[in-house]
Design a protein around this ligand. Sequence first.
Ligand SMILES: NC(=O)c1ccc[n+]([C@@H]2O[C@H](COP(=O)([O-])OP(=O)(O)OC[C@H]3O[C@@H](n4cnc5c(N)ncnc54)[C@H](OP(=O)(O)O)[C@@H]3O)[C@@H](O)[C@H]2O)c1
Length: 313
Amino acid sequence: MKAIRFHEYGGPDVLRFEDDVPEPALAPDAILVAVEAASVNPIDWKVRSGTRQKDFPLRLPAIPGRDVSGVVRAVGSDVGMFAVGDRVIALAKATYAELVAMPAALATRLPEGLDPIDAAALPLAVLTGDQLVRLSAGAQAGQTVLVSGALGSVGRAAVHAAKRLGARVIAGVRGRQVAEAAELGAAGTVALDDEDAIRRLGPIDAVADTVGGDVAARLCASVRPGGRFGYASVLPEGTIERHPDVTVTRVFAQPDPQTLRAFAEDARDGRFAIPVSQRLPLEEAAEAQRRMEAGGAGKIVLLMRPDALATTP
Ligand SMILES: NC(=O)c1ccc[n+]([C@@H]2O[C@H](COP(=O)([O-])OP(=O)(O)OC[C@H]3O[C@@H](n4cnc5c(N)ncnc54)[C@H](OP(=O)(O)O)[C@@H]3O)[C@@H](O)[C@H]2O)c1
């Protein structure tokens, strides 16, 4: 089958388009999915670079990718919940490929009416945003929850998750993005590069941080004593120790097909979106990762069939 693989860690150039990669085996509890689209996530290039070998040990050569939207091509002997031809989305592994095998229990049906290419943007970002808000930040109805990086993929999902819970959401974005952030429908917006504006917010019940670094360290200081700080990225050393009165918890996204399906339905119904900013053919995965790594690229989706590019906006 066709797939993108890397045989060594390194820059985007280690990604190779190959057309003779062995097809994945189908276990009795698994489905084999013919991939229509797979989105690019920051973890894809972080893993490829080799800097995350401790958290994500891999056997090389490896196929990158976590998100998949596609059509069931075959079902394992124990699978009753899907049939050949069903359209599915899932948080999976090795998705920059023509075919992906995964336990059937990890997949969910694509809601009718949702574009399968737009759906490829959802799995990892949605599940991270949801688990970041509910489990790491422990957000509750009525609380004030600040989501940083709110216009990013995980940030948008976190804003939606917090609104679904009934929290009062403050969207934290770059100063130049404040006007654009109005589209998120949050109760308030704050420029994360304006330290005074952050101080003026007053003590916050919970933060769902998707930016990390110095921004995260500043936001941790704005959480009220007894409040919670959930984060998806990396904190500067000493942040947790400096705030012993705040519960600081990192998210590690786990598959949750039911929640994925609920967010996909909300996307179909226009209540939530992770806009796809660029569509590229699978062959251009290296360029896609290069653009994402440079920042400000938005959500990039890789397409298996070049004719699907004809619909690129
Ligand atoms: N632990 C997990 O399970 C898990 C799962 C998924 C993702 N993650 C991590 O979560 C992070 C976000 O992922 P993502 O997919 O949402 O990426 P993304 O779509 O690129 O979103 C990041 C957002 O943060 C904004 N941003 C970056 N630096 C900022 C700053 N200094 N001030 C204000 N805003 C800033 C970006 O704005 P610009 O576009 O303008 O730069 C962008 O809107 C990544 O570090 C990723 O690795 C963790």
